[in-house]
Design a protein around this ligand. Structure first.
Ligand SMILES: Nc1ncnc2c1ncn2[C@@H]1O[C@H](COP(=O)(O)OP(=O)(O)OP(=O)(O)O)[C@@H](O)[C@H]1O
Ligand SMILES: [Mg+2]
Length: 446
């Protein structure tokens, strides 16, 4: 769709006064508004286009705005969608951001907030590269994050949704799965990547210091406050504040954070006036926040505020097809650092890696490869692996077990097919052979 000089905006809301207010605002911004008071009419208008932007309420009788976002995501992925939602319905916002909405506004909002959101969305027009999922290519890495497995493709796809908005992101996953890497990737992939990325470990700051650490203090606010000092929020203004280990934030800190998010402003300790701050918040947790909410140790309202977009990083044992890629990367990286040739890693060692549960995930793998590169000169061997890891090696591949190459190949092909849900195209790609060869091998091996 070519962009006309004046972008046209489709406004969808069942409430007449809201529609009228939106229409006037769009006119005032020099845009051409069209209106629809239900989803069916909205789709009709989009089909007859051109529509450059859709602003829709989520909560409508009959067909909900969620259906509209889904439809647009599937049929008109190039049209950005701004959704409007009421606070108790924030879970829906989480859902629609995943379906393809690029911005959301929580009711009630000011004219200025509406204008800012529309401008942000319009600034992305023409730069959108969304493709229908079916055409999406397999990526092996993204901003330094490595992985070609399906869960990692999903992670890249969600990060692709984040560059032009400041929706909060919650990254969950076991220790060492790459949560901080993902947070940095989101920041450096965003339109505000030149603004600061500030990381705070919420569990590491004592309660009595946290307020001044987060929000800053003015001179004389307490004994020892000899100068004005900005907090993490002000330091990250315009950029990203990464709240690591959010599950360890004390109740006092949780309520302060909630207020800062709701009001979009913070008050320095000892100051009389609040300051407006514009930060994207990314939080990370390796504990089960849902369980903490049930136990009453984590605030549900804060959880929904932080979790507009959710990225879950699966443990390494659930994406073993990423292991060879990671091993290769760390092998090259550490060898280069030490000025050595990279190590040969025998198939037996890789097989053992595939069976080991990796409680420390990618970090554990990284450390192990680092150690092997330091200790060895040409090749790693089974004997170099820690004892607890060798125990995990399947019996059939332990050194004392004799097996023909054909048998080994048969077992390996079966394992890869299983891991890829019997998808031959993906299995062939992992095995480094074409589909035809794989078919022949399957026939030959019975
Ligand atoms: N997909 C990946 N590709 C490359 N390196 C990775 C990947 N995932 C993690 N790493 C590496 O593993 C280490 C741990 O990553 P990171 O600090 O992001 O994990 P984390 O989930 O924040 O862990 P923790 O919960 O312990 O803080 C880092 O050195 C990072 O470079
Ligand atoms: Mg971390």
């Amino acid at each position: 769709m070519s962009l006309a000089n004046v972008p046209s905006v489709l406004l969808v809301d069942d409430a007449h006064d809201m529609l009228e207010m939106l229409r006037r605002s769009m006119n005032a911004m020099g845009l051409t508004p069209f209106t629809a008071n239900n989803v069916v009419d909205a789709i009709e208008l989009v089909e007859h286009g051109p529509v450059h932007l859709v602003i829709t309420d989520l909560n409508m009788p009959e067909v909900s705005g969620i259906q509209l976002v889904r439809y647009l995501g599937e049929h008109f992925p190039e049209i950005p969608v701004l959704v409007i939602t009421g606070y108790p319905k924030l879970e829906d916002a989480v859902h629609v951001m995943k379906l393809g909405a690029v911005e959301y506004l929580v009711k009630p909002f000011t004219q200025q907030e509406l204008r800012d959101a529309v401008e942000r969305v319009l600034s992305t027009l023409g730069g959108r590269t969304h493709q229908p999922a079916a055409q999406e290519e397999m990526r092996e890495h993204f901003h330094g994050i490595l992985g070609r497995s399906h869960p990692m493709q999903e992670v890249y796809r969600i990060i692709d949704r984040t560059p032009n908005n400041r929706a909060t992101v919650l990254v969950t996953g076991e220790s060492g799965t790459g949560k901080e890497m993902v947070a940095r990737a989101i920041h450096y992939n965003s339109t505000f990547s030149t603004a600061p990325f500030v990381a705070v470990n919420c569990g590491a700051i004592p309660d009595q210091l946290l307020e001044s650490e987060l929000f800053g203090h003015v001179k004389g606010a307490f004994t020892g406050a000899i100068t004005n000092r900005v907090g993490f929020f002000q330091a990250a203004d315009g950029g990203t504040l990464f709240l690591d280990e959010i599950g360890n934030a004390s109740p006092a800190v949780q309520s302060k954070l909630l207020r800062a998010i709701q009001d979009k402003e913070v008050t320095m300790l000892g100051a009389t006036k609040p300051q407006r701050v514009e930060v994207r918040l990314i939080s990370a947790a390796n504990n089960d926040l849902a369980a903490m909410i049930r136990q009453g140790t984590f605030r549900e309202d804060l959880y929904y505020r932080l979790n507009l977009i959710h990225i879950h990083l699966p443990p390494l044992r659930e994406r073993v097809e990423d292991i060879p890629l990671l091993v290769d990367h760390f092998n090259q990286k550490f060898s280069k650092e030490l000025g050595k040739r990279s190590l040969r890693i025998p198939a037996r060692v890789l097989e053992t890696f595939a069976c080991y549960p990796w409680p420390g995930n990618v970090r554990e793998l990284e450390h192990l490869v680092h150690r092997l590169v330091i200790l060895k000169d040409s090749a790693a061997a089974m004997d170099d692996l820690p004892a607890h890891m060798k125990m995990e090696a399947p019996r059939s591949i332990l050194p004392d077990s004799m097996m023909s190459l054909a048998e080994m190949e048969r077992q390996h092909i079966r394992r890869v097919l299983e891991a890829e849900g019997q998808n031959k195209t993906r299995a062939a790609a992992i095995l480094g052979i074409d589909r035809k060869t794989l078919r022949e091998k399957l026939k030959g091996l019975g």
